[in-house]
Structures are given as structure tokens and as C-alpha cells.
Design a protein around this ligand. Structure first.
Ligand code: SF4
Ligand code: SF4
Length: 106
């Protein structure tokens, strides 16, 4: 499972990868595992994007995509018995918890 996440103010977000051991996606596709990191201020987030370009070859250091399990309650084409079986998903940013942008209504 390849997970890209644009919710950069989440504690689990490292250079657009998710470091949580499991991710829970709600019925409305919100990321329930989102955990706001109040230390990630606007200035810090700009550093994160700068680091992403400067340290791009090391991004995989944070990736544990083989092990990442996504539990999901959305009625989505990729939902198989409560687990996401897409090859990869993208979690997009919004004002709330972030949401799965790969959702396709089933
Ligand atoms: S918002 Fe969800 S997918 Fe994104 S880093 Fe946080 S826990 Fe992971
Ligand atoms: S792609 Fe579908 S099944 Fe997978 S996490 Fe997103 S909404 Fe859930």
C-alpha cells in the first residue's frame, strides 16, 4: 500500500508519507487517525516542503508501505471487507482531518 498524504500538520506525516502503523478511514472518507501536531506551524510546514525537495532521496527512509494497513468504512470500490485493497491512496488536505482522495463510490 502506497500512501501519500497532504495533511502535513498531522503528527504521523513525514515528508508526505504516513508513519502510523494503521490508518482508519471513516464512512465519510475522513482520516480518523489524523492527529494534529500544533508544533507544525506555518513556518515549519514551509521547511517541510523545502526539505522534501532537498532530501527527496531519503523519503523512502520513512516509508513502511508494505506493512501499512488501511481500515476503511466507506462504501468504496476498493473496500474489501473493511480493508482498503487499492495499490495506493492519496489523503488530501481540508480544514478537518483530511480525507481519502482515491474514493470511488461503490
Ligand atoms: S492524516 Fe491520516 S494518512 Fe495523513 S499522515 Fe495523518 S494519519 Fe497518516
Ligand atoms: S480508496 Fe476507498 S477503500 Fe481505500 S481507503 Fe480510500 S475510501 Fe477507503
Amino acid at each position: 500500500m502506497d500512501l501519500r498524504c497532504k495533511k502535513t500538520n498531522c503528527k504521523h506525516n513525514k515528508n508526505y508519507a504516513c508513519t502510523a502503523s494503521e490508518v482508519h478511514i471513516a464512512r465519510n472518507t475522513d482520516c480518523q487517525t489524523f492527529d494534529r501536531d500544533f508544533l507544525k506551524t506555518e513556518d515549519k510546514l514551509q521547511d517541510v516542503s523545502r526539505d522534501m525537495f532537498e532530501l527527496a532521496p531519503e523519503v523512502s527512509e520513512y516509508s513502511h508501505s508494505d506493512k501499512l494497513c488501511v481500515d476503511c468504512r466507506a462504501h468504496c470500490l476498493f473496500n474489501k471487507m473493511g480493508k482498503c485493497n487499492a495499490n495506493g491512496i492519496t489523503v488530501l488536505d481540508n480544514d478537518k482531518k483530511g480525507y481519502c482522495g482515491t474514493f470511488i463510490e461503490d
